[in-house]
Design a protein. Structure first.
Length: 99
């Protein structure tokens, strides 16, 4: 059985996916704890009601967003190890027949 052939587009897509997951995870991990968090677009949405600011500024909510960032970082690390699927399979030497 012949191993599947991967094109350069398959390989490039996998690398871009790893980079995207890593950057998104790093952003979601760090950004909720910066000063910009209180002044972002979503913190000032008035149509969500008066209680939105309390939820947005809550450490529990910030921790949940950071947890999603950790999950994205984990996905990127798993995908880095899965990049080995694009490596050529090692050649197996035929075993000698026993007489």
């Amino acid at each position: 059985m012949e191993p599947p052939r991967h094109t350069w587009l398959d390989k490039a897509t996998a690398v871009v996916w790893v980079i995207f997951c890593f950057e998104l995870g790093a952003f979601l991990l760090v950004f909720p704890w910066l000063d910009y968090w209180e002044n972002s677009f979503f913190s000032n949405l008035g149509f969500l009601g008066q209680g939105w600011e309390k939820i947005w500024d809550s450490p529990w909510f910030r921790g949940a967003v950071s947890g999603i960032g950790v999950v994205n970082l984990f996905i990127s690390m798993v995908e880095v190890f899965r990049l080995r699927r694009f490596a050529p399979a090692p050649e197996r030497s035929p075993e000698p027949l026993e007489e």
